[in-house]
Write a protein that binds this ligand. Structure first.
Ligand code: TEU
Ligand code: CA
Length: 532
């Protein structure tokens, strides 16, 4: 297995929020480049950058208006090239987020398409005389009326994010050109946004209503027959370039759907929302997710491991705001089989932000939630609560570098609020504290580098007994046993006598003998040297 990506740990950077290099309050390439040494020392292998292309930023760049340039908020093409170069010099790979499903409503393609019914680009988007019942994932109808041409266009997300018609071969060709351009610029691959949305039902069948969930069941606007053929073509195109990598966002928590999309000839991996988007902390569900994925996947399918992203609440906040537990989850994520994705700031234990004023809210999904709640007759307070529930601003606040002005993120006025309490959780403080979250992540990442078994080893999922999770990774270099005590009680554990302690969240050495005590909320990584 000579692939680089299945041995890598990725780090997701939300472009506007990582580091502002020029004092305008918005993160940028100069900022990210200045923090490459930090990332190198942290020990990650690859960076996923959220979209950096010119965009009106209705959805912070997931509404691309030009696929061939750099948004001026983020810098210039020179800044981008320098960043790629500096990352590569440090042995860090870079993948670019690419939105193939939709463009900004300000993209020239759409402006042409909407200009006239008989325009040659009319069919690049999805136009209909009448809407069906499909709802946008941000709320409200997925169809927007265009008075000039008296038709409706389809948008799975905001009305400013217009779905392309991938059934049109010209669209496909245009997007292959885009991919070629960035691959030749030196990106190491792509994170493909909502890649299972590229095909919608041919006859625009109405979606059924899910009575239990009290919302529409999106049966006909994603995961449609024929989608895999498109994905095969994309994969074949990208894989012509040696060593390029594709991770797909398949927006589903259903393993049966997720597993269709990755493997030979398809995407290299997809995000395992079946594990990653567990809402509240539930170790049984988490463990079950791991076991089920292992069973469902074929040998050459590899899962991803993540618990936070720019679309989700940070896991430390979701899982009860407990640092010991967050360390256990980190140990789980970085030692189980799969490709881990760390979300910026999780390595220091950054918390979610909830706003007390709607004026401070930035996220289109949150703002839409507010609008719809008011329309349905809710009070301002209720609507604000609904908006906070939907809003993804939670996890998009500036990276907390130190306790100086604006947490060291910017010398200007940050584009989004810095939460109360942010100053107390920062990189500078944690760098000098061996027991900090940051130090623990560094130790875990170092361990992964030192022990191939943790990256590529065979996997034996031993069990989950009332909150004590354990599994083993084995290769010719040895056997590594991971034991995670997710309970508040110490537990007894039998081990081999030659066992060595590689890492623990609570101690630096082991007691002698074959019976060990694992402390409450302790993570232990043990090595057995002989006799495999
Ligand atoms: O996300 C797609 C997606 O499934 C999410 O929008 C999800 O439905 C929602 O966030 C749940 O809270 C991708 C991007 O990751 C997201 O940031 C974009 O807004 C979206 O696509 C549209 O491009
Ligand atoms: Ca800036």
């Amino acid at each position: 297995m000579g692939k680089w990506w299945n041995q890598s740990v990725f780090y997701e950077i939300y472009m506007p929020s990582f580091k502002d290099g020029n004092g305008d309050g918005i993160g940028d390439f100069a900022g990210v480049t200045s923090k490459l040494d930090y990332l190198k020392k942290l020990g990650i292998d690859g960076i996923w950058l959220t979209p950096f292309y010119p965009s009106p930023k209705v959805d912070n760049g997931y509404d691309i208006a030009d696929y061939y340039h750099i948004d001026s908020d983020y810098g210039t093409m020179k800044d981008f090239e320098l960043f790629i170069d500096e990352a590569h010099q440090r042995g860090i790979r870079v993948i670019a987020d690419l939105v193939l499903n939709h463009t900004s409503s300000e993209h020239p393609w759409f402006l042409e398409s909407k200009s006239a019914k008989d325009h040659p680009k009319r069919d690049w988007y999805i136009w209909r005389d009448e809407p069906n019942n499909w709802e946008s994932f941000f709320g409200g109808s997925a169809w927007e009326y265009d008075a000039a041409t008296n038709q409706y266009y389809y948008h799975a997300f905001a009305k400013e994010q217009v779905d392309l018609n991938w059934a049109n071969p010209e669209v496909k060709a245009a997007m292959f050109d885009v991919m070629k351009f960035w691959l030749e610029k030196g990106v190491d691959g792509f994170r493909l946004d909502v890649i299972n949305f590229l095909k919608v039902n041919d006859v625009f069948q109405n979606n059924p209503y899910d009575v239990d969930k009290k919302e529409q069941n999106h049966l006909y606007d994603k995961d449609q027959e024929g989608i895999l053929t498109i994905i095969e073509e994309i994969a074949a195109f990208v894989h012509q370039y040696p060593d390029k990598f594709l991770v797909g966002e398949v927006g589903s928590e259903e393993l049966e759907i997720l597993k269709r999309y990755s493997g030979p000839g398809l995407l290299d991996i997809v995000f395992n929302f079946n594990i990653g988007s567990i809402g509240e902390f539930d170790i049984d569900r988490l463990f079950r997710g791991l076991v089920e994925t292992e069973q469902a996947y074929s040998r050459d399918q590899i899962p991803t491991l993540f618990f936070s992203s720019h679309d989700m609440s940070r896991f430390i906040s979701r899982f009860g705001d407990d640092e010991e537990r967050a360390k256990l989850v980190a140990a789980f994520m970085l030692t189980a089989k799969g490709v881990p994705f760390i979300y910026y700031g999780d390595e220091i234990g950054m918390r979610d932000w909830v706003t007390d004023k709607i004026e401070k809210m930035k996220d289109v999904q949150g703002l839409m939630g507010y609008k719809l709640a008011l329309h349905s007759g809710q009070s301002h307070e209720q609507a604000l609560a609904a908006a906070n529930e939907k809003s993804r601003d939670k996890s998009r606040t500036p990276m907390q570098w130190n306790s100086d002005m604006n947490v060291g993120f910017s010398e200007g006025n940050p584009w989004i609020t810095i939460p109360e309490g942010a100053y107390d959780v920062n990189v500078a403080d944690q760098q000098s504290d061996p027991d900090s979250m940051l130090s623990f992540y560094k130790s875990l990442l170092k361990l992964r580098k030192e022990h191939s078994a943790l990256r590529l080893g065979e996997y034996q999922i031993l069990g989950n007994e009332a909150g004590l999770v354990y599994f083993v990774r084995t290769d010719d270099s040895g056997k590594i046993r991971i034991v995670l005590n997710f309970t508040d009680k110490p537990r007894r554990l039998e081990v081999r006598s030659d066992v060595k302690l590689l890492l623990s969240t609570k101690r630096t050495s082991l007691e002698s003998g074959r019976m060990l005590t694992i402390l409450a909320n302790e993570a232990m990584i043990l090595k057995e040297d002989t006799g495999i």
